[in-house]
Design a protein around this ligand. Structure first.
Ligand code: NAD
Length: 494
């Protein structure tokens, strides 16, 4: 069967093996989610109307309008920050860690109870395959709340704050669209555990699960104002991070916006953490277990349509095995199913927005123009919505833009190397420094190479593994500060 090549099929757009067998559609039902026609802002424990303007959020797999969402203006941002300040002064900073932990545990359990609803809504609003939102995103979201609930009454043992760590106050948090709920959890769970209150702004293309999370806060009886969710685009984010009564700014998103925020915050007393872009090298040595490496490469770049800051978007393969590895990689890519995000068999869902699709197309065209060779398996894409086939570029040199810039899509740039020193040099030849992967049979080589790579996270013989106990974050233009683990507390403590 492995040798049988693959052809694409008809209307649903997925690639299927031409082996006589076929996948029946296995769509997850949408009926579990109740999407309202319009949403307000979640301020001081209630949904309120925004200052007037609204925007639409759509399903990127169909272009169907899902809902109208309020666009918070400066006055709305101010109201949310005031609510967070009141909640901080009057309630949250006065509760013991043990009491705060009870709320976090309660939120974690409700997330588990409503996990199917959260996963379906995430896939509809974001375009990611249900098997990822169901099996990866939502379980890790719950795990983050459980994990930081455990820290809430043990902060004096965290190693931060000289044995008596204090919260900062009000945190203004801005997150991107690629992991809407997961980024929310990375931000809100440690902030609340440390005793801060928050105003969080989700990305404009994926606001719905954050608004469902607001309902979960109500269900958990979280005191009013401890969590406030304001929706809107860049202007709303700018108003939030530059609000004078915000004590902490936590941002995940592009390096360009991160730099603008760093400038806006410079000279204030605000504490800042930035989780920005990446261009990770996934390095495969000639002694690597090749089939596992192929799985890791696929997971590294095609997971979540490649909309992953730590995606293994540069494959560095040792020259002596390049041909064999690429043959196996192409065969494996031919079995990837692109299509309906709610189908449980889908591997690659929709690109999140028309703008992101345009950027992926533009950079891929640059790859063609620079002389790299593009390959995708036969793959018929759905008629509506935003789609891009899994793609690799070979013959890429370090000077190529597709080797340097973050494409943030299912596009892999393949480079080769001859010696370990050359691999390290090429891997580190990037303004980013978020993650990297090493594939080799030798433990000593893993340790040596990992030491030499200038990346915040290095995976060995695996890729894209996340755990709430493990710190995550970057160097250089990938940002500063860590989220997750004990280190994730530091950004929220005085
Ligand atoms: P983006 O920077 O365009 O937007 C991120 C968020 O910032 C959105 O909510 C947006 O509305 C808001 N925003 C835009 N302009 C703003 C401004 N001037 N002030 C304040 N807020 C503003 O990024 P994106 O396109 O949504 O996300 C993709 C990027 O995020 C990629 O570069 C990716 O690598 C990065 N990312 C990094 C991590 C990490 O942990 N390092 C995780 C996920 C995504």
């Amino acid at each position: 069967m492995a040798e049988k090549n693959v052809v694409s099929t008809g209307s649903t757009g997925e690639a299927r093996p031409a082996n006589g067998f076929d996948y029946a559609p296995a769509p997850e039902s949408r009926s579990i989610v109740d999407i309202k026609a319009s949403y307000g802002l979640f301020v001081n424990g209630e949904f309120v109307d925004g200052g007037g303007k609204a925007f639409k959020t759509i399903n990127p797999a169909t272009e169907e309008v899902l809902a109208e969402v309020a666009e918070a203006d400066a006055a709305d941002v101010d109201a949310a920050v005031k609510a967070a300040r009141r909640a901080y002064d009057r309630v949250w900073s006065k509760l013991s860690g043990r009491e705060r932990a009870k709320y976090l545990y309660r939120i974690a359990r409700i997330i588990q109870e409503r996990s199917r609803e959260l996963a379906v809504l995430e896939s509809i609003d974001n375009g990611k395959p249900i098997k990822e939102s169901r099996d990866v995103d939502v379980p890790i979201v719950a795990a983050h709340f459980f994990y930081y609930a455990g820290w809430a009454d043990k902060l004096e043992y965290s190693g931060y704050g000289g044995g008596n760590p204090q919260p900062l106050g009000v945190a203004g948090q801005v997150i991107p669209w690629n992991f809407p709920l997961l980024m929310l959890a990375w931000k809100i769970a440690p902030a609340l555990a440390c005793g801060n209150t928050v105003v969080l702004k989700p990305a404009e293309t994926t606001p719905l699960t954050a608004l469902l999370f607001a309902e979960i806060c109500q269900q958990a009886d979280l005191p009013a104002g401890v969590v406030n969710i304001i929706t809107g685009a860049g202007e709303t984010g700018r108003a939030l991070v530059s609000h004078p009564d915000v004590d902490k700014v936590a941002f995940t998103g592009s390096t360009e916006v991160g730099k603008a925020i760093a400038r806006a915050v410079a000279g204030t007393n605000k504490k800042l953490t930035l989780e920005l872009g990446g261009k990770a090298a996934n390095i495969v040595f000639d002694d690597a277990p090749i089939d596992q490496a192929v799985e890791g490469i696929v997971d590294g770049i095609f997971f979540n349509q490649g909309h992953v800051c730590c995606a293994g978007s540069r494959l560095l393969v040792q020259e002596s095995i390049a041909e064999e590895l690429l043959g196996r990689l192409k065969r494996r890519m031919s079995t990837l199913r692109v299509g309906d995000p709610l189908d449980k068999n889908t591997d690659i869902g929709a690109i999140n927005s028309a703008e992101q699709l345009e950027r992926i197309r533009e950079l891929s065209a640059v790859g063609d123009a620079e002389g790299a060779e593009r390959w995708s398996p036969p793959c018929e894409l759905p008629q509506h919505g935003f789609w891009f086939p899994p793609t690799i570029f070979t013959g890429v040199s370090q000077a190529h833009r597709i080797a340097r810039e973050e494409i943030f899509g299912p596009v892999l740039s393949v480079l080769t190397f001859r010696t370990p020193a050359e691999a390290v040099e090429k891997a580190n030849n990037t303004p980013y420094g978020l993650s990297a992967g090493v594939w080799t049979d030798k433990g000593s080589r893993i340790l040596k190479i990992a030491n030499e790579l200038r990346a915040g996270v290095v995976w060995a013989n695996t890729f894209n593994k996340f755990d709430p106990t493990s710190p995550f974050g970057g160097y250089k233009e990938s940002g500063h500060g860590r989220e997750g683990g004990r280190h994730g507390l530091e950004g929220y403590l005085r």
